[in-house]
Write a protein that binds this ligand. Sequence first.
Ligand code: PEP
Ligand code: MN
Length: 337
Amino acid sequence: MVIVLKPHASAQRIEELIYEIEKKGLTVEKVVGSDYTILGLVGDTSVVDIDTLRVNEIVHRAMRIQEPFKRANRLFHPKSTVVNVGNKHLGGGEIGVIAGPCSVESEEQIIEIAKKVKAAGASFLRGGAFKPRTSPYSFQGLGYEGIELLRIAREETGMPIVSEILSENMVDRFARDVDLIQVGARNMQNFMLLKELGKTDKPILLKRGLSATIEEWLMSAEYIMSEGNSRVILCERGIRTFEKYTRNTLDISAVPSVKRMSHLPVIVDPSHATGMGWMVMPMARAAVAAGADGIMIEVHNDPEHALSDGNQSITPDEFSELMNSLRIISGAIGRRI
Ligand code: PEP
Ligand code: MN
């Protein structure tokens, strides 16, 4: 971080400011010019509140040289992270595939879909038990009964299970029962929840907020990591733009951007990004071609009668067809699926 001081700042005020900054464990390099004095801060500047500095009477400008995220930053961790999830992993040469219904609806439903997506090549089973629906009158999920049904499906198929958590008071139960805890787009900036998840040792799937910038998304990962849990996987799921034809706008460019900025694995959810089943296949292909470490696909045995997100769900047969094409694309870019 660089601080440019106002001309005529008194020597005493400058020394006071340097003292305050050094108290935080940073080193300050002072450069005295003919008009301006510049302070260069060396060390972990994430402890410095730049807005407080900017209102300091003697500060003309304060600028960050590095991004405000540290633990998620590739600069300090050049090697790409691989996160183990149950007996599988996300990140590395292999492309991870998470598939399953938007919501767990019944034992028969989740078992049937689990077996079919596994046969087609999925590694992880998804299923919402607590649904953050836009309307309070829409199906809210089966709650912990849904988690129990996912556990039965894991027992039957051996697939690690992925499910969305909604609040801090669910952390202990999710940490015990779910292999990969999903933080949904609507909770990306629920900082209390992120901190609690940071105290667990469970892998966290952090979806991008509805209108979050990539930096805000990485700062949310930083919240989890700053509490000690570095097992974070990022999920691009489309963002709000002026376009209304699709449910959201899939930001494919987020994949190479995040891979450049961070060492964390990044996956893509083309189902929520597009909101239309017929568009899931081309967008999933694009995600893999762009270098995503995985994809998350909503698959339903009877999309027409799904209790949530039927319109964007694909059938097990369509999923199988998608997997076949992804095998070709993965091979072409030197990866496996
Ligand atoms: C989901 O995965 O079912 C979901 C609700 O996703 P998002 O948080 O991305 O809307
Ligand atoms: Mn859904």
